[in-house]
Design a protein. Structure first.
Lengths: 113, 111
């Protein structure tokens, strides 16, 4: 079956703008997690959604938000972009959550100028 | 709170040599432990995971890891390195719906 897809793959924005990233999980998976990966901070957990509800949230400011739709597709939004938001944003899906095997998408590379 | 420490941000081995990537975890409850590999410009791929039961876990591509509760460790090993093993490796711990990753270890394989 098809893997996790993320769109767009690459994105360039300027400071102060907002951005929306999309993630389509593996068919049948109800959990979607988002991670930020940077050279300095490594992989950091943003939040996890399960059946349209946010179950867990990492230590990120309120500018980072997300949602999940009834078909399990998820979006994350970053408002008022800062230079430090430049990162690879990874989405992972699983059947039940973080204790289950997570399947990662290829990521969206966001560059903030 | 749970956390992961990976000892050594860079490890270099010769082709055919033993690969040992170290991971220590901290968790207040029995953990679920994972090793993921990331190739350049790609997402993460699961190598193996420990949930319960047998403490020696075998994964893909000849990798294995042993869960040692007394040492709070989950080191990754492979008897003989291949050039194709060059990548970044991440250890992760989860005990609820929150997965925490280590900083990663970049493995270089020399011919």
């Amino acid at each position: 079956k098809a893997g996790v897809t993320q769109t767009p793959r690459y994105l360039i924005k300027t400071r102060g703008q907002q951005v929306t990233l999309s993630c389509s999980p593996i068919s049948g998976h109800r959990s979607v997690s988002w991670y930020q990966q940077t050279p300095g901070q490594g992989l950091q957990f943003l939040f996890e959604y399960f059946s349209e509800t946010q179950r867990n949230k990492g230590n990120f400011p309120g500018r980072f938000s997300g949602r999940q739709f009834s078909n399990s597709r998820s979006e994350m939004n970053v408002s008022t972009l800062e230079l430090g938001d430049s990162a690879l944003y990874l989405c992972a899906s699983s059947s039940t959550g973080a204790t289950d095997t997570q399947y990662f998408g290829p990521g969206t590379r966001l560059t903030v100028l | 709170a749970q956390s992961v420490t990976q000892l050594g941000s860079h490890v270099s081995v010769s082709e055919g040599a033993l690969v040992l990537l170290r991971c220590n975890y901290s968790s207040s409850v029995p953990p679920y432990l994972f090793w993921y590999v990331q190739y350049p410009n790609q997402g993460l791929q699961l190598l193996l995971k420990y949930t319960t039961g047998a403490t020696l876990v075998k994964g893909i591509n000849g990798f294995e890891a042993e869960f040692k509760k007394s040492e709070t460790s989950f080191h990754l090993t492979k008897p003989s390195a291949h050039m194709s093993d060059a990548a970044e490796y991440f250890c992760a711990v989860s005990n609820n719906n929150d997965m925490r990753f280590g900083a990663g270890t970049r493995l270089t394989v020399k011919p």
